[in-house]
Design a protein around this ligand. Structure first.
Ligand SMILES: NC(=O)C1=CN([C@@H]2O[C@H](COP(=O)(O)OP(=O)(O)OC[C@H]3O[C@@H](n4cnc5c(N)ncnc54)[C@H](O)[C@@H]3O)[C@@H](O)[C@H]2O)[C@@H](O)CC1
Ligand SMILES: [K+]
Length: 480
C-alpha cells in the first residue's frame, strides 16, 4: 500500500459511512491493545501527543490504557491548534477525566525540564503521516526528550516514529501502524493493526480515486488534456457528439472527427469539428487522422461509426498506427473483435456491455459479481489492456486487479449513456490517468451524473442530460 492509496481508502470509507472518528477510535484502541499484549498491565505510561490526528490517536490510546494503567498525557503544542473535529472531540473527553494526569507543554523549555524516570512505557503520538519537513519546536525538543529514555523505557510510536523520515526522529522500539504496512516506510519495526476498513475497499470505486483522477495538471490552455473523438457515419451523429460533449467539460480541447455528411448537423462552440470527406470512415482517412492524433493526449474511437466493412478496416488500421491511449467503444469494438491482435502493445480501454463482450471474446459474463469480474480480468490479461464491462454494476479490470462501480440507475439504459461514458473515460486518459483509473473513475462519474439527473427528473431522461451533469458530478467529487 502507498500513502496515496491510504488517502483514497479514507475518502471511500467516509463515502461508505465510516467516520474518521470511528477510524481514530480503532487506531488508538489498537495501539493500547498492542501495548498491553506486549508489556502487560498496571504500568506507568506517558503518552506524548501533538496537535494533529496522530496526536488524536494518542488521546484515544491514553483513554483505553487508563482503565488498568497509570497514564500521564503530555500535549506538546497549543491546545487551540488541535485541528480536526475527531481529535478535538477526543481531547474534550480527556478533559473530563479525573484519573488521568494531563499536562500541556506549550514551549520547548517546558519540555526540556521534564523528568520521565519511572515511566515503563512512552507512547509517541507527536507526528504522523502529516509531517512536513524537519520537526520544529516544541516537537523537536519532545523527540529529543523521549530519546533520552531509549533503552530505559519501552518506546512505542503511533503510525511511525515522530520526525520520520527526517533523521531527528523518535528511537522507537516499534511503531503500531494501521491496516497495512506502507511501501514508503522503512528503517523501523512495525506492528500492523486493523482499524475497520472492509474488504469492499479493495474493489469498490469511489470519490477517492475520482479526486486524484480529476486533479488539474497545469495553468495553461492545453495542459489539461486534449482529446480526439472519432465517430459518426451516414445518419449517426448523436453518439460521437455525446462523447465529445461529456469530455469537453473535463479537458481543455476536444476535436471531433466525423464524416462531413453528419458533421453538418453539429454546431457547438465547445468542440472543434474536423469533418472528413464522405459519408463514412474508410482506410483513406487513416493518414489524416493519425496526424490529428499526434496533437492530442488520447483518442476515443467507435461511437456511431456503423459496421461497413471499409469502416471496420479503417478502425483496425487507425488503431495499429495510433500511439496515443485509446478508448474503443461501440462499433469500434466490433471492428477489433475481428482481429484482436491490433491491440498488441497499445494502451487502451475497451468499454463493452455484456453483448459486446460476447462478440469480443465468445463468452457471456454470467454469475456473481466475482465470477464476472474474474472473467473480465482473465480477458483483460489476455489482451494486455483494460476492460470496462458495463452493467448494473460496472466491472473494470487491467488483468491484475479488478474494481466495480455502483453508481448509476435504471434510467441509464436510455440510448447514448454509453457514449457519454466513453467520452469521460477518454477525457480522463487525456488528463494523464492510467487506463485502470480512467476507466474506473469514468464509470463512477458517469453513474453519478446519471444519479444527479434522476434526482431531478426521475428515471425518464436522455443521455444529453447526463453529459450536461458531468461538471456537477466533478464538483461533487471535489467537495466531498
Ligand atoms: N485514515 C486515516 O488517515 C487515519 C489517520 N490516523 C492518524 O492520523 C495521522 C495523520 O494525521 P494528520 O494528517 O493530522 O497529521 P499529523 O498528526 O502527522 O501531523 C499534522 C500536524 O503536525 C504539524 N506538523 C507537520 N509537520 C511538522 C513538523 N515538521 N514539525 C512540527 N509540526 C509539524 C502540522 O501543522 C499539523 O498540525 C496518521 O499518522 C495516523 O496516526 C488514524 O487516526 C487512523 C486513521
Ligand atoms: K508518531
Amino acid at each position: 500500500m502507498r500513502i496515496e492509496d491510504v488517502y483514497i481508502w479514507d475518502i471511500n470509507a467516509k463515502w461508505l459511512g465510516i467516520s474518521p472518528l470511528q477510524l481514530m477510535e480503532n487506531a488508538g484502541s489498537g495501539v493500547a491493545r498492542v501495548i498491553e499484549e506486549r508489556f502487560g498491565r498496571g504500568l506507568k505510561i506517558a503518552v506524548f501527543s501533538g496537535t494533529g490526528n496522530n496526536g488524536g490517536d494518542g488521546f484515544v490510546a491514553a483513554r483505553h490504557l487508563s482503565f488498568e494503567n497509570e497514564v500521564t498525557l503530555f500535549l506538546v503544542g497549543d491546545e487551540a491548534k488541535i485541528r480536526s473535529e475527531e481529535a478535538k472531540r477526543n481531547w474534550e473527553i480527556l478533559g473530563g477525566l479525573e484519573f488521568m494526569e494531563i499536562k500541556v507543554l506549550e514551549d520547548s523549555s517546558h519540555v526540556r525540564s521534564l523528568d520521565l524516570s519511572g515511566f515503563d512505557v512512552i507512547v509517541d503520538a507527536l507526528l504522523g503521516a502529516g509531517t512536513k519537513g524537519e520537526p520544529r519546536e516544541p516537537i523537536r525538543s519532545a523527540i529529543e526528550k523521549i530519546n533520552e529514555y531509549a533503552g530505559k523505557a519501552k518506546i512505542v510510536s503511533v503510525d511511525l516514529p515522530s520526525g520520520y523520515p527526517s533523521k531527528v526522529r523518535v528511537k522507537a522500539d516499534f511503531a503500531v501502524t494501521f491496516q497495512w504496512d506502507k511501501e514508503e516506510y522503512e528503517g523501523f519495526e512495525r506492528v500492523v493493526v486493523k482499524i475497520g476498513y472492509p474488504r469492499e475497499l479493495y474493489h469498490l470505486v469511489g470519490p477517492g480515486e475520482a479526486k486524484f483522477a480529476l486533479r488539474k495538471k497545469g495553468q495553461h490552455k492545453g495542459q489539461n488534456g486534449k482529446l480526439l473523438v472519432v465517430g459518426g457515419s451516414g445518419d449517426y451523429f448523436g453518439a460521437p457528439y455525446l462523447a465529445s460533449k461529456a469530455a469537453s467539460y473535463l479537458v481543455d480541447l476536444v476535436y471531433l472527427a466525423m464524416p462531413e455528411y453528419s458533421a453538418r448537423r453539429i454546431s457547438d462552440p465547445d468542440l472543434i469539428l474536423r469533418p472528413v470527406e464522405g459519408d463514412n470512415f474508410t482506410p483513406e482517412h487513416v493518414e489524416g487522422l493519425i496526424e490529428l492524433a499526434g496533437k492530442v493526449d488520447a483518442v476515443v474511437i467507435g461511437p456511431g461509426l456503423g459496421l461497413r466493412g471499409e469502416t471496420k478496416t479503417f478502425v483496425r488500421e487507425f488503431i495499429k498506427r495510433c500511439e496515443k491511449p485509446l478508448v474503443i467503444d461501440a462499433d469500434g469494438l466490433k471492428a477489433v473483435a475481428e482481429d484482436l491482435s491490433v491491440l498488441r502493445g497499445k494502451k487502451f480501454v475497451l468499454t463493452p456491455h455484456a453483448g459486446e463482450f460476447r462478440v469480443l471474446f465468445g463468452l457471456s459474463p454470467e454469475g456473481s459479481l466475482r465470477e464476472k469480474a474474474e472473467l473480465a480480468m482473465e480477458k483483460a490479461k489476455e489482451i494486455g489492456g483494460v476492460i470496462l464491462l458495463k452493467g448494473p454494476y460496472d466491472i473494470i479490470s487491467n488483468g491484475k486487479t479488478w474494481k466495480y462501480n455502483k453508481t448509476g440507475n435504471r434510467g441509464m439504459t436510455t440510448g447514448g449513456t454509453g457514449d457519454v461514458l466513453a467520452g469521460i473515460v477518454g477525457a480522463l486518459l487525456a488528463l494523464g490517468n492510467e487506463p485502470l483509473r480512467a476507466a474506473s473513475v469514468g464509470a463512477f462519474l458517469n453513474g453519478l451524473a446519471g444519479d444527479m439527473v434522476k434526482e431531478e427528473l426521475g428515471e425518464n431522461f436522455t443521455a444529453l442530460e447526463v453529459a450536461k451533469k458531468v461538471p456537477h458530478a466533478a464538483k461533487w467529487v471535489e467537495e466531498f
